[in-house]
Design a protein around this ligand. Structure first.
Ligand code: F6R
Length: 609
């Protein structure tokens, strides 16, 4: 959480920083600030509230000059306020610093620094690092940052400038993401490639314990002891337009509509009609290793966890391997027992989620083989895994995850089919039917998107309800959980996802005319049971919306409204099922006037535990 941008070059730093921060606002939007070397002096401006408050202030009273560093905050230590906003200053206000991450030993460090006479002006952990850099500064900013980093425990990405060295910016990384963008006569620092992509497609992705000394014409990289490091720049594989809204009102809307294309990209070269086997380039396990797996453990947070629920189902069903799914935070709380031949699969859009990353490290330490399903190439989770299969979603900026989710499910399904092919756990004809169904998914998802107007009308009809249940069974259980999460996080409607069979063990008490139910009722193994659950709701005057196959005429007699999806094999249905549920959440939130791309209290990448 929190976004960092830095600029050094001939242009006005505030403009580049603001443009970069706009693209990083998904990381946090409690407050924002900049520090700029302007006419030989460090000038700082910081404002509580969304980035626009800072932008308005900079428009009314511009700050000239460069280098400059900027920050958008998601509050951890200290509530959102001007004082707690970054940048933080130290050393007689000569040094300015922005930070993403958490300094775990900040209280102890703060006490020591206060005993030396440092005066703190905020409640943040970050200000401790600024004072530490000040403490060690003896005319060499890089050396001071390297020294200060040694005292800090936790996670950080830093950008630092100093009045006495007006031609230098220092970047440092431990556990929180940071890249250095390479320009001509100018260079950039940012938390995410998104922020620098309009300016350059060449970046250094910093690893843990790496530091960069950035001037207009040069970027030098250093290790934790100050030793020089050489690495090749990474070339960003998508163009700047991919990070824009491309005519859509909100990123979330654009991202929902991108799904057919993203599915095509994720399938390319991996599955096609007529292909005899799935080919997953990232899956580096040999056939023997795949045959030896005795347990699969999906681990993730939030939406990615729901994709893991689907992964668990298809892996067990198709590959016949005992499979489980765990919330990364809970897994770690439990000190899990890992038996031989366990494959853990970490699912993450950002590849940076702290709980998922720490869960990965613990599972690896305990001997599990680590695979991952990740969107951001070369992110921490991908780098720490033994193998990674990437979802090809491109940048996902809307805080509510949409296209990443359907692609995580798709990759989990491809893995399960691949494991089944290798292990011979299902008849060839069944696997062929699944591969063909997968190859037809882009068209199926396109068809659900064409139905958007009906979803708008449904959203208008149900927008005033404040309570809602999502029910799913079997392969659709995760879809119900994800449908509820999407609705609650952007519209603030109280929505619960439930396994339909659990209804009568408690949640049925909630059914009343003022609570509606969304039932995932695609024809298949548990269809009749789901119809039974729908009757239970109707008998208690609850309204029901069913998501069902478009050729299912019967369902209409049982429910108030139907969201139709094209017929696909039941095991694949959760992918097209989710798309209208994403649109439904989007339009309910829109009718309720909520800030869809930046819902309250949330940040896209959760780099704190
Ligand atoms: C909800 C959402 C979050 C993320 C979760 C994990 O819409 O986006 O629940 O799914 O924070 O994030 P990643 O996938 O980046 O690990």
């Amino acid at each position: 959480m929190c976004g960092i941008v830095g600029y050094i070059g001939g242009r006005r730093a505030t403009e580049i920083c603001l443009a970069g921060l706009r693209r990083l606002e998904y990381r946090g939007y409690d407050s924002a600030g900049v520090a700029v070397m302007s006419k030989g002096k460090l000038v700082v401006r910081k404002k509580v509230g969304k980035l626009q408050v800072l932008a308005d202030s900079l428009e009314a009273e511009p700050i000239e000059g460069a280098p400059g560093i900027g920050h958008t905050r998601w509050a951890t230590h200290g509530k959102p306020s001007d004082a707690n906003s970054h940048p933080h200053l130290a050393c007689g206000d000569k040094i300015a610093l922005v930070h993403n991450g958490i300094i775990e030993n900040y209280a102890e460090l703060k006490e020591q620094l206060m005993a030396r006479g440092c005066v703190f002006r905020s409640e943040t952990d970050t200000e401790v690092i600024a004072h530490l850099v000040g403490k060690y500064y003896e005319g060499d900013l890089l050396a001071a940052v390297i020294r200060a980093a040694k005292d800090c425990e936790g996670a950080y990405a830093l950008a630092v400038i100093c009045e006495d060295e007006p031609d230098v910016m220092i970047a440092a990384r431990l556990k929180s993401p940071l890249v250095v963008g390479l320009g001509e006569g100018e260079n950039f620092i940012a938390s995410d490639m998104l922020a620098v992509r309009p300016e350059t497609d060449q970046v250094y992705v910093l690893d843990n314990d790496e530091f960069a000394k950035v001037t207009r014409d040069r970027v030098e990289l250093f290790g934790p002891e100050g030793q020089r490091i050489e690495k090749e720049p990474y070339v960003i594989p998508w163009d700047a337009a991919a990070a824009g809204k491309m005519g859509h009102e909100k990123f979330m809307h654009k991202e929902i509509h991108e799904q057919p294309g993203c599915i095509r990209d994720t399938l390319a070269g991996r599955v096609a009609a007529g292909m005899e086997e799935i080919s997953l380039e990232g899956l580096t396990m040999s056939e023997d290793e795949i045959k030896q797996v005795q347990r699969v453990l999906f681990t993730a947070c939030g939406t990615a966890y729901h994709a893991g629920m689907y992964g668990r189902f298809v892996m067990e069903r198709l590959a016949g391997i005992p499979s489980e799914v765990d919330l990364a935070s809970e897994l770690r709380a439990r000190d899990p027992v890992i038996l031989d031949n366990t494959l853990a699969i970490i699912v993450s859009q950002s590849g940076e989620t702290a709980d998922s990353l720490e869960g990965l490290l613990e599972l690896r330490e305990k001997g599990a083989k680590i695979g991952s399903i990740v969107n951001v190439v070369d992110s921490a989770i991908a780098r720490e895994s033994h193998w990674t299969v990437y979802t090809k979603a491109g940048p996902e900026i809307g805080v509510a995850s949409t296209k990443a989710y359907t692609l995580q499910c798709l990759v989990a399904l491809m893995l399960a089919v691949r494991f089944a092919e290798v292990r011979g756990s299902k008849p060839k004809a069944e696997l062929e039917e699944l591969r063909e169904g997968i190859a037809r998914l882009p068209a199926a998802v396109e068809a659900t998107l064409e139905n958007e107007q009906q979803i708008v009308e449904l959203a208008e009809k149900y927008q005033q309800y404040d309570d809602c249940l999502f029910l799913g069974r079997g392969v659709s259980f995760g879809s119900a959980m994800e449908g509820a999460l999407k609705l609650k996080e952007i519209s603030y409607v109280h929505a619960e996802g439930y396994a339909a069979g659990e209804m009568k063990h408690g949640p049925i008490a909630l059914i009343a005319p003022e609570c509606y139910t969304v039932a995932i009722a695609v024809r298949g193994e548990v269809y009749e049971k789901m119809l039974g659950n729908i009757q239970e709701v109707k008998a208690r005057d609850g309204k029901v919306i069913a998501v069902a196959f478009e050729d299912d005429e019967d369902i209409k007699q049982h429910v108030d409204d139907v969201i139709p999806i094209p017929r696909v094999p039941e095991l694949i249905a959760p992918i097209p099922v989710q798309v209208p549920l994403q649109l439904f959440a989007y339009h309910v939130a829109k009718f309720r006037g909520e800030d869809i791309d930046q819902p309250r209290n949330l940040a896209k990448t959760v780099t704190v535990e």
